[in-house]
Design a protein around this ligand. Structure first.
Ligand code: SAH
Length: 350
């Protein structure tokens, strides 16, 4: 029997598993606290459990859901961790510190099915979904690595979170648990390339998580070139789903827009974008394009980016121009990719 990742169990599931093992009622809360309050990463540290029970748990459950293989950069600035999974697959996660904020950007899939032209994660296809425990494991690893308390989690690493819906939502609930990590839903962001059915489903969950939608183009022709997902879920339908999401949750959606020189960064594009978003409370996050080997596009010059932002603002759209963090580590948006164990990690001094 394959072992279950213990970090992939909700509190209720852990309680049920303990009941199946005929354990006294107080055991599940004890184990939960070891996992998420003391956050130990070996069974033997769970001092108030009898050693026979620790051995039994070790037989049934895996505790090593995300193992750090190498680390580049500094946790108090930007740092990328190469993470090993139990089946030898590898993913990357990024830790970003800013004043008052320590954010981890986690992956939800090994590879990605969506093949956005400018993104490294999907260039070599899709390998598998992550288990909720592997997502929670990435957060625990970040919490251990930061020198201060972790404050935010963004599901913006490799993969499409809404293409791995159940595991993603389960991870959100585990992170959110008041007796555990207690990361508030408003400090958790799910980013999607725009798959509509799960956006509709997310609207019904009664969760206060932040939703980010990767837009990157203001019309179908351009968006379908950059993001093949648009051929199936074109902009009018996507925006309709976003409006319904706002109506149901009252959460303002952030639209991510990567500025690519000469492709989607002209004032005309900004005007078109403002028109598209005019009936929806929203904010636009403008991101400089991070260089990706397989994509020939260049990041927009600062001046064009500022003109773009001002054009949006003048049209009444709330926009921010984000400074890209981590591109020297290949840890910026869209630069995460899976590596085989035979590939060496990018050297720390690159
Ligand atoms: N699949 C999800 C989350 C992963 S990508 C999504 O598409 O939203 C996280 C963000 O990085 C998305 O907004 C994505 O479009 C953006 N991104 C991808 N490649 C990029 C690149 N080369 N430069 C800047 N942003 C990029």
């Amino acid at each position: 029997m394959a072992k279950t990742l213990i970090h992939g169990l909700t509190q209720n599931e852990l309680t049920d598993s303990c009941a199946q093992l005929d354990l006294p009622k107080y055991r599940a809360p004890q184990i939960w606290r070891w996992l998420y309050v003391q956050r130990v990463n070996d069974w033997d540290s769970m001092k108030n459990l009898p050693s026979a029970l620790r051995a039994e748990l070790a037989e049934r459950f895996l505790l090593d859901s995300a193992v750090p293989l190498s680390k580049q950069g500094e946790p108090d600035d930007t740092c990328k961790i190469l993470v090993g999974l139990h089946d030898e697959e590898q993913i990357e996660e990024v830790l970003i510190s800013a004043p008052g904020r320590r954010t981890v950007c986690i992956s939800t899939q090994v590879g990605c099915r969506f093949h956005c032209a400018f993104c490294a994660s999907g260039q070599h296809g899709f390998r598998r979904n992550l288990d909720a425990g592997e997502m929670v494991g990435q957060v625990l690893l970040a919490a251990h690595t930061f020198s201060d308390k972790l404050t935010n989690v963004v599901f913006m690493g490799m993969g499409e979170p809404l293409d791995n819906y159940d595991a993603t939502l389960k991870a959100v609930r585990i992170l959110n648990n008041k007796d555990g990590l207690n990361i508030g839903a408003r400090r958790i962001t799910i980013s999607t390339c725009g798959v509509i059915p799960p956006i509709e489903r997310l609207a019904t969950e009664g969760l206060q998580v932040e939703l980010s939608v990767s837009l990157h183009a203001p019309n179908d022709e351009l968006r379908s070139q950059l993001m093949p997902v648009n051929r199936k879920y074109p902009l009018a339908d996507l925006l309709k789903a976003c409006k319904a999401y706002f109506a149901a949750t009252k959460r303002i959606i952030t639209f991510e827009y990567t500025l690519i020189q000469g492709v989607n960064d002209r004032p005309q594009h900004a005007k078109e974008l403002a028109k598209l978003l005019s009936h929806l409370p929203s904010r636009v996050n403008l991101i400089p394009l991070s260089p990706v080997e397989e994509f020939a596009g260049q990041s927009s010059p600062q001046e064009a980016a500022e003109v773009f932002m001002n054009t949006l603002e003048q049209a009444g759209i709330n926009a921010t121009l984000r400074r890209s963090k981590g591109s020297s580590l290949k840890a910026a948006c869209g630069q995460l990719r899976f590596q085989r164990s035979s590939d060496s990690a990018v050297p720390a001094d690159e």
